[in-house]
Ligand binder design. Structure first.
Ligand SMILES: [Zn+2]
Length: 119
């Protein structure tokens, strides 16, 4: 059953919500940026139109590199990565599972995606 998930960065300037099943697994990725971020992402891929983003004026930062297909968003105040549009599937987002309310990132099974070789 789907439920509404809410999340936010550390300071609360960037907030998001989406509807999805219970979050039961996390994903890490070994590509050049994910390896550095070290974040665990929610296993679910969220279509763009289903991710509601709210941010205080000027606080949503965007980082892009290389072919600039992926969009890596973060909070300009606290620096936390909140979500990104994936390079693999245009119009789809992954979120930082540690930013989601009521989800304990340390309790989730986490798999590693081989983005280093597959992206
Ligand atoms: Zn913040």
């Amino acid at each position: 059953m789907k439920k509404e998930h809410h999340g936010h960065c550390h300071c609360g300037a960037v907030r998001f919500s989406f509807e999805a099943e219970e979050i039961t697994n996390g994903v890490r990725c070994n590509c050049s940026i994910c390896a550095r971020k070290g974040a665990v992402m929610a296993g679910v891929l969220i279509p763009e139109q289903e991710l509601k983003i709210e941010a205080d004026e000027g606080m949503l930062g965007l980082y892009q590199f290389g072919a600039k297909t992926a969009k890596h968003f973060f909070c300009k105040n606290c620096g936390i990565y909140t979500f990104h549009e994936t390079a693999r599937k245009a119009g789809h987002y992954r979120v930082n599972v540690a930013c989601i309310d009521e989800v304990d990132v340390f309790a989730l099974p986490v798999e590693v995606f081989d983005g280093k070789h597959l992206l």
